[in-house]
Design a protein. Structure first.
Length: 321
């Protein structure tokens, strides 16, 4: 990404490349991986799981091989189906949070063209190093504009509205906060851009079957539900689907910065009357049930809704006082 700016995850100040590291005005410093210009802004501790060891990339490959041997299909088709949901154009700037060993990089590069750019981050330094190495030696992307960084996806070191799309494949269930991870992807994508993320999680109609119980017994992450409750309320065109024999949920949506265009003040036609706003904010203290019934029966006699009658009686009463 041209002129990509990093921001301090500690104070949100702009980071400057000193030649030795990235540093903000508050003197927070972040090193580069040895012999690279890949910054380490936050990273997972070594050897805490299979993806933070020296053999992380190989274990990642083994897991994918097992996945497709077990469930059928092929990796390229799955990844293309997911990336298609980003609705990319040539020249777009895309963020991958959780790049892993970089398997999506060649597919994204082909869609974006030489004028597009990719920012690829991961919380595992070991996985990120593998992605950097493979992008050149295996994927042949030396001429593609790709920026790499080790950082926490729940506190992305980028400005708001910096990207045309954000993408995450696997690992979301292990975030320290899934809500923050989704919120951060949404924050850094421009209005009208796309967010796509997926992870292990059985479809509801599978989970309580014997097949579902066998799968969860084998991999406890399959018990996770699709985190629909964490999608921003402003999101548009939200879709939920499942891939890999209904074992991986996929959520995609279009980013919006304004509330949904709902007119809360359109009056209801009918006995009750009122609007969405008045029905929600206009609740009063309890009244005698007999008085309530009187109002309900009187309103149609006067040819008005119950809300109109109550409001008139209240206004008349207040004016008298």
């Amino acid at each position: 990404m041209k002129d990509l700016l990093y921001y301090c995850p500690d104070c949100r100040g702009k980071l400057v490349d000193t030649g030795q590291n990235l540093r903000c005005a508050n003197e927070h410093e972040f090193p580069f991986i040895t012999d690279t210009k890949v910054p380490v802004l936050a990273c997972q501790d070594d050897n805490v799981n299979e993806y933070t060891t020296a053999e992380a990339a190989q274990r990642h490959d083994n897991a994918l091989n097992w996945l497709f041997a077990t469930f059928g299909g092929d990796e390229a088709t799955l990844r293309l189906n997911l990336i298609d949901k980003l609705r990319l154009n040539k020249g777009d700037d895309v963020l991958i949070t959780g790049v892993g060993a970089g398997n999506d990089l060649p597919l994204l590069a082909k869609m974006l063209g030489s004028e597009g750019s990719i920012v690829a981050v991961d919380y595992s330094k070991q996985m990120l190093i593998s992605a950097v190495e493979r992008s050149d030696t295996i994927y042949g992307l030396a001429d593609q504009h790709i920026e790499f960084a080790v950082c926490d996806a729940t506190s992305l070191p980028f400005a708001a509205n910096a990207f045309d799309a954000a993408y995450h494949f696997g690992g979301l269930n292990l975030f320290s906060s899934i809500a923050k991870g989704i919120s951060e992807m949404d924050r850094v994508v421009k209005e009208g851009g796309r967010v796509v993320f997926c992870d292990e999680g059985l479809a509801p109609w599978v989970k309580d079957t014997e097949v579902g119980k066998m799968l969860i017994n084998n991999n406890p992450l399959y018990v996770f539900d699709a985190p629909l409750k964490h999608i921003p309320v402003e999101a548009r065109d939200v879709n939920l689907s499942w891939e890999v024999n209904n074992c991986f949920y996929v959520i995609d949506y279009t980013v919006a910065n304004a509330p949904q265009p709902i007119d809360f003040d359109v009056p209801h036609v009918g006995l009750r009357g009122g609007t969405i706003r008045t029905r929600y904010f206009g609740n009063l203290e309890g009244v005698d049930p007999k008085l309530k019934e009187q109002i309900y029966s009187e309103a149609p006699k006067r040819g008005v809704s119950r809300v109109e009658l109550i409001e008139k009686l209240l206004k008349d009463g207040l004016q008298c006082n």
